[in-house]
Ligand binder design. Structure first.
Ligand code: ATP
Ligand code: MG
Length: 296
């Protein structure tokens, strides 16, 4: 199973929307996909489950928080399988594809867990490897070998749990709005990722390689089939600096992307707006070929 994190410490750039659509698009092509929601806002979870299904059915026992509970003790879970759930509405849409989409839900206290783990690490730095490898260990367990890919939706921060995602990943996707401030954001995220992988290896937790990362431009405003001039110049500037970027971009469409989570089915499966779904399918194709090029 390949593991890919959708990560950007900047908020509201389209991480969750991208994760949901890529996951559903891959499943529609027959892949077995596991989504992991690492954000206490639980936007990915509630894009597939209703609020009630989440709070009553999942929060008590089946969230990613339960994977971090009691870590380092005899009570810690050893296998993530009991946490995995199948979103019902998307499941119906995928029934003829041969593919499958499952999810490990978020918990609303996940950011507190993140802070508590980081505080515990300060007290006992010897737990560095144990805490930062926790997600990697879970996702590499043989019980998950039937999945082709895990897609991880990160919260807009670079805390211990986001670092877990980086340590677990074969590849990183960085959704970015093509505006001036995002250029800085990409540089600072790149630096954080590099510093973390060096720290991880220095602690003897690895060795891991820094996962290859690529920027996907989101919320792009098109005119005559191309991004408007101001956005095009930002995209060119980022490309000129040698940052790997997807040639497919995701256009800005509040009216389509806004309501989708409420229906529990991502836009790519929803059949609204042909140009828009074509672009999302192109993105799935480009992503698949990039992923195939990363080491097995
Ligand atoms: N291509 C798009 N065009 C227009 N609106 C979009 C697009 N993608 C996402 N949105 C909207 O922008 C908002 C933020 O999107 P999303 O939740 O995917 O971002 P995020 O990076 O995951 O945010 P956070 O950092 O809070 O987790 C949502 O209301 C979503 O519907
Ligand atoms: Mg999000």
């Amino acid at each position: 199973m390949k593991v890919v994190s959708v990560i950007n410490h900047k908020g509201g750039v389209g991480k969750t929307t991208l994760t949901a659509n890529l996951g559903a698009g891959l499943a529609a092509r027959g892949r077995k996909v596991l989504l992991v929601d690492l954000d206490s806002q639980a936007s990915l979870t509630v894009s597939f489950f209703t609020q009630t299904e989440w709070t009553d059915g999942l929060l008590p026992t089946r969230t990613i928080k339960h994977w971090y509970d009691d870590v380092g003790t005899a009570n810690a879970m050893e296998d993530m399988t009991p946490l995995i759930v199948a979103p019902p509405r998307v499941h119906t849409r995928l029934s003829r594809s041969g593919g499958h989409l499952d999810l490990i839900a978020a918990h609303r206290d996940l950011s507190d867990v993140d802070t508590a783990l980081a505080a515990g690490l300060l007290v006992d730095p010897g737990r560095f490897g144990l805490l930062h490898r926790r997600l990697r260990d879970g996702l590499s367990h043989k019980s998950l070998a039937e999945y082709d890919i895990a897609l991880i939706d990160c919260a807009p921060n670079f805390g211990l749990i986001a670092k877990n995602a980086v340590a677990a990943s074969d590849m990183l996707l960085i959704p970015t709005k093509p505006d001036y401030l995002s250029t800085n954001g990409i540089d600072s995220l790149g630096l954080k990722i590099r510093t973390f992988t060096e720290e991880y290896n220095a602690h003897g937790a690895g060795p891991i390689d820094r996962p290859p990362a690529a920027v996907i431009f989101t919320m792009v405003q098109n005119h005559d089939g191309k991004p408007i001039e101001t956005q095009r110049s930002v995209i060119s500037r980022i490309e000129a600096r040698g940052v790997p970027t997807f040639s497919t971009t995701i256009r800005d469409s509040k009216s389509v992307y806004g309501p989708a989570p409420e229906h529990g089915v991502p836009v790519i499966l929803g059949g609204t707006g042909r140009a828009l779904t074509r672009e999302l399918r192109d993105l799935v194709s480009e992503f698949s070929s990039r992923l195939d090029r990363t080491a097995a």
